[in-house]
Design a protein. Structure first.
Length: 347
């Protein structure tokens, strides 16, 4: 398949690009190269004759039309987004423009291309979204595909809006869409502003490990390469118009997660004295911090036969090892705007 992947220089998009190229797909990577992008993430895949790159901003409709016209993809996998909740609190406008208007532009460019091609039923517009659109859970329950939307941050509200647009373009114009909503990802090439790389890199630097609030917020963690595998399955086999929740069934409180990372580091790179967990520091909570997310992945498991390939323990161990082995990757990103600073406390 020829896949037009947006955001393919980001964390999850690059995992999709690497996996798709390894499976013999053709890739057109469309990415504006914002602060969150890193083309090194796809350096090996980019050597393939099946790979093409277009530096295009999804807010630029004309440029998108030209990309569709030039590359004639079989399917779109739309991942480009502003993705950091703390940044969405400080600068929500960027999230409205990229996540909502950018998705609108993608839908319109895809629709124009699809109509001109005679509305082939084999075409797919796969919209990649988050479990954060469902809001916050109490101690019990899980998000299913039927859970009502209840986004609570500028980031999740902008993603929820984009999900609604995608469903509307299917209902109104018949565009063959599929949607996925996934839990928190982790793994290699995770940008060093997100919790897991922040903890690993601050631990190694001997700095305080910041935990928001009391560390009781629960997230459901999925290894990024398992997410990429699920996404390729959905774009190929998912039913038109259907949404699929993707999760690892690996719930951890932030405090448990940070303690696990510290224990792995204690094993792999012991300190002269004490444990990395001695560096844990509790800081002011994020405004509107959702208490718990948990995904019920029964639909994708039962209908498409997908399961994660690694446990969270294996995935975290592989992730820590990757950061220990690749300092040149993360050192190059640490002076980018806002990285290493506490963001999202202005509210
Ligand atoms: N990270 C997670 O845990 C998670 C979980 C579920 C869903 N998602 C969703 O998956 C997608 C990818 O997330 P990620 O963590 O890889 O994000 P990321 O921030 O690592 O990467 C986003 C990529 O999109 C590009 N981009 C941003 N604005 C753009 C624009 N206007 N035009 C073109 N390209 C632009 C960036 O340059 C970057 O390469 C997002 O849609 C996100 O909402 C993420």
């Amino acid at each position: 398949m020829k896949l037009l992947v947006t955001g393919g220089a980001g964390f999850i998009g690059s995992a999709v690009v690497r996996l798709a190229i390894s499976r013999g797909h053709e890739i057109v990577n469309v990415d504006a190269l914002t602060y969150a992008a890193c083309l090194d993430n796809v350096a090996e895949a980019a050597k393939s004759p099946c790979y093409a790159f277009e530096q295009v901003d999804i807010r630029d409709r004309e440029a998108l039309d030209a990309v569709f016209e030039k590359h004639k993809p079989d399917a779109v996998m739309h991942l480009a987004a502003e993705s950091h909740v703390d940044r969405s609190i400080d600068a929500p406008g960027d999230f409205i423009e990229t996540n909502i208007t950018g998705t609108f532009n993608m839908l319109e460019a895809a629709r124009k291309y699809w109509v001109a091609a005679g509305k082939p039923e084999s075409f797919r517009f796969h919209h990649i979204s988050t479990d954060e659109v469902f809001g916050s859970l109490g101690a019990e329950g899980q998000f299913t595909e039927e859970t009502p939307y209840d986004p609570r941050s500028p980031y999740s509200a902008s993603k929820a809006a984009s999900d609604h647009l995608v469903r509307a373009w299917h209902e109104t114009y018949g565009l063959p869409v599929v949607l996925t909503n996934c839990s928190n990802n982790y793994g290699p090439y995770h940008f060093p502003e997100k919790l897991i790389p922040v903890v690993i890199l601050k631990a190694l630097a001997g700095q305080p490990l910041p935990i928001y609030g009391d560390g009781s917020n629960v997230r459901d963690w999925l290894y990024v390469e398992d997410h990429a595998d699920a996404l390729l399955l959905v774009v190929e086999k998912g039913e038109i118009g259907r949404g699929y929740n993707i999760g690892g069934e690996n719930e951890r409180s932030n405090l448990e997660l940070v303690n696990t990372l510290c224990a792995i580091l204690d094993e792999k790179r012991p300190k002269n004295a004490g444990s990395y967990s001695d560096q844990i520091t509790f800081v002011t909570d994020r405004p509107g911090h959702d208490a718990r997310y948990a995904i019920d992945p029964a639909r994708i498991r039962e209908e498409l036969g997908w399961r994660p390939s690694v446990t969270v323990e294996e995935g975290l161990e592989k992730t820590v090892q990757w950061y220990l082995d690749n300092p040149e990757w993360w050192q190059a990103l640490q002076d980018r705007h806002g990285v290493g600073e506490r963001l999202g406390v202005k509210a």
